[in-house]
Design a protein. Structure first.
Length: 153
């Protein structure tokens, strides 16, 4: 499990285009690495659209946004196209990244227990070190870009 003060892994995974995404690709930038449960679900779409709408402000503040879910590259491509998302989505189909960051675990919904991704955002500084974690209970899907920027709604 990755915690504040830990160095993020160099290889993050494969994006929606089948290209390997590495930490060093973003040298000198802060990264908002956000983990979300599933493409095209209401909360995940709200969160992605908040990040899309705040993308220019995030970029001005020195951030790059990278989304991660266990969905396939094809699913990510449809999700990006449908919602006009300007940032990379990692297809963590083997669950390597969700497990490494400690966001894969037991969840409950409608009385059923299942395994899934806990919605979590890791803020990684220019040196590749995790400096902040926005936990599932803290994330406001409709205003997530402002949360990353530290702005109060």
């Amino acid at each position: 499990m990755i915690t504040i003060g830990d160095k993020a892994p160099e290889v993050l995974g494969v994006n929606e285009n089948g290209q390997q995404v590495k930490l060093s690709d973003y040298k000198g930038k802060k990264i908002a690495l956000y983990f979300y449960p599933k493409d095209n679900t209401p909360g995940c779409t709200q969160e992605a659209c908040s990040l899309r709408d705040g993308y220019s402000d995030l970029r001005k503040a020195g951030f790059e946004v990278i989304g991660v879910s266990i969905d396939s590259q094809a699913s990510h491509n449809k999700f990006k196209e449908k919602n006009n998302l300007p940032f990379t989505l990692i297809a963590d189909t083997d669950k390597a990244l969700v497990e490494k960051f400690g966001v894969w675990g037991e969840k409950k919904m409608y009385g059923k227990t299942y395994m899934g991704t806990h919605r979590t955002t890791f803020i990684i500084n220019e040196e590749g070190v995790v400096e902040r974690i926005i936990s599932p209970k803290e994330i406001k899907t409709k205003d997530h870009s402002n949360q990353i920027l530290g702005l109060k709604p």
